[in-house]
Design a protein. Structure first.
Length: 224
């Protein structure tokens, strides 16, 4: 039986963060929901109002003084900005990693597909491959690469960077996915996609049973 954990989810009201919260609670974990307007009403979810632009408030939330005295066992970073804000994304990630490093807390960063290598493209990143990233979306992809670089620069923290596939959106929870490392994966038919619900399954799986890799990815798997 998996031990019950206190999991802080930064960006708990977003598409990914809200589903990670639901998945974690469904498995018996307690969630600290960090957001400007955190959700309430579930006894297993502790709402923690915090502005990710405020490093001090974020550090307090992650060290217990801003979360009713609860220090999380793990932190999920699930924040995104539209339009892309590379400095914000990398800065928030550094703040979380620095705070977590002091306590040995594991951090799972839900990043971007742009940081993956393109299939069959040698060292070409997805962010630089127009086959997967049209020009208008490249700033978002590049911001995800900067976020991964921020993780790699923090050598004292216990972190893992989870890249979704090229397409991520609301859908069904099948509980099935295929896991890889640094290269973009494709599902049956060549499409690179996963539902946000199944991405949340992968997130909680990774927290419950951590792998050795620093950079991982997942893709939809039809079970066939």
């Amino acid at each position: 039986m998996t031990a019950r954990r206190a999991i802080a989810v930064l960006g708990a009201t977003g598409m990914v963060g809200s589903r990670v919260t639901d998945e974690a609670v469904a498995r018996g974990h307690r969630v600290l929901a960090l957001s400007r307007r955190p959700p309430g009403g579930d006894p297993e979810v502790t709402p923690v109002a915090v502005d990710a632009n405020d490093p001090r408030a974020l550090r307090e939330a992650l060290t217990g003084s801003g979360a009713g005295g609860t220090v999380p066992d793990a932190v999920v970073v699930a924040v995104r900005t539209f339009p892309a804000d590379e400095d914000f994304l990398a800065g928030v990630t550094r703040t979380v990693l620095d705070a977590a490093a002091r306590r040995g807390t594991r951090v799972l960063v839900v990043g971007g597909a742009g940081a993956l290598r393109s299939p069959g493209g040698g060292h070409l990143l997805v962010a630089d491959d127009p086959a997967y990233v049209p020009a208008e979306y490249r700033p978002v992809a590049v911001a995800g690469v900067a976020q991964l670089r921020a993780c790699q620069a923090q050598t004292g923290a216990d972190w893992v960077y989870l890249s979704p596939p090229a397409v991520l959106g609301p859908g069904d929870r099948t509980g099935r996915y295929r896991r890889g490392t640094g290269t973009l994966l494709t599902a049956a038919g060549g499409r690179s996609w996963i539902s946000a619900e199944d991405l949340a399954v992968a997130v909680v799986d990774e927290l419950e049973n951590p792998g050795a890799e620093r950079h991982v990815t997942v893709v939809h798997h039809d079970g066939g």
